[in-house]
Design a protein around this ligand. Sequence first.
Ligand SMILES: Cc1cc2nc3c(=O)[nH]c(=O)nc-3n(C[C@H](O)[C@H](O)[C@H](O)COP(=O)(O)OP(=O)(O)OC[C@H]3O[C@@H](n4cnc5c(N)ncnc54)[C@H](O)[C@@H]3O)c2cc1C
Length: 443
Amino acid sequence: MSKPDVLIVGAGLAGLCCARTLQQHGLSFEILESSDGIGGRVRTDSVDGYLLDRGFQVLLTAYPEALDQLNYEALELRPFIPGAQIRYHGRFVRLTDPWREPGAFLNNFFAPIGSLSDKYRTWKLRSDLMKKSIDEIFSGEETSTLQALRRRGFSARMIETFFKPLLGGILLDGKLTASSRMFEFAFKMLSEGDSALPAKGMGAIPAQLAEGLPADSIRLMTKVKSIGPGQVELVSGETLQAKSIVVATDGPSASHLLGSAHNINSKSVSVLYFVARESPLDEPILVLNGGSRGPVNNVCVPNLVQPSYAPEGNWLVAASVIGWPTSDDTMLVNLVRNQLRRWYGLVALEWRLLRIYRILHAHPVVYPMDWQQPQKVSDGLYVCGDHRATPSIQGAMESGRLAGESLLRELGVSVAATEPKIAAVQTKRAGHATSVAERDDDD
Ligand SMILES: Cc1cc2nc3c(=O)[nH]c(=O)nc-3n(C[C@H](O)[C@H](O)[C@H](O)COP(=O)(O)OP(=O)(O)OC[C@H]3O[C@@H](n4cnc5c(N)ncnc54)[C@H](O)[C@@H]3O)c2cc1C
């Protein structure tokens, strides 16, 4: 490729969304990616006919940026049941969203998770957040999530049995130390849309984002070693030049490349995939650990959500462990199996281990959290990624677009202000009636 206008370092969601923005305005670019594929932290491996996302993850269909940039229909999304089964005192308690699961009001009312006032407070939290705009959430007061929940009057039991495993599962924040703004944002997104999986796995998301990009614009297995004004040096020793450079790597790599004194800490997760002859669950729902005995925080059977995740007649079980309780795989598997045996009986000991994913940098620790941090580092140098926004698919995609827009403005290209798209999202549950999640205006 001849000298492009822009070099983008990293082909994760942020790098791809930045590239799309530049392409829409006629700029040429080359994406340099150190690994063997696109998607960054959102990749799916196909193993023996099973689709294994690199760590359990879901698309929250209410994300405004995803609504804007993705074609949900082409992704063939299917949702989880809105709610969870909570393992509590030796049994499973089902708590679902009564606004989307007819009949759940009565069931939730009698569920032994939280008191009646906790149930009222959950309803109030949901309704407050649905009325608040995302801007209001990110410009509002910021504390730790734990403090925010206590201020809202939730009981210690509700926090321990519901919020800790829920936020452990979606934000890897089992200790509730993350920003209350991120918690509010995630709870709003959960309330306004579905948690869904694409038919071809989460890796279908970056694949769709890359669809329209020129075939020769992405160079895989190309690691950037250092960055200087208007140029990058690869570990191979090659030097590439461009008018502008966008660093779209994960936070720790960006700090290293930019020589930043600001270290970005990581939240880690381990995910174990097993194959079972019979499904331990009978519906597409997330199971949360509402007790103190670990190490598993959450479990699901992805092919109950998306049948394509496993060959017919087999069941894929995904068990997520926050952090790395041990670096010894055998010990980790034994700990996980023991917990699953307590939950599902001796049959869990027969499940075949398919693969373990240990993800050291799954989420950046972003605290305090300023909505839309500046993307420009200096003239011709930009940075984007989830560490510059919210640690999420939404944050990475939006940050990539904003970096592209900021760069375009510097080059004098006029960029229209983008309004978040408001759309009705429709996803279909596997083998169930249609579930409709409608996203209304934030206000
Ligand atoms: C297990 C797990 C579960 C998650 N669950 C959810 C979820 O349910 N919902 C949600 O919204 N979010 C979830 N997330 C978070 C979400 O996936 C990330 O926030 C988002 O994908 C980050 O995208 P990014 O483009 O900012 O960074 P990345 O995906 O990290 O992309 C950066 C890219 O830069 C490349 N790179 C790094 N250094 C160099 C270099 N020197 N030279 C060239 N290339 C380089 C990397 O290889 C990578 O491809 C989860 C993440 C994980 C890991």
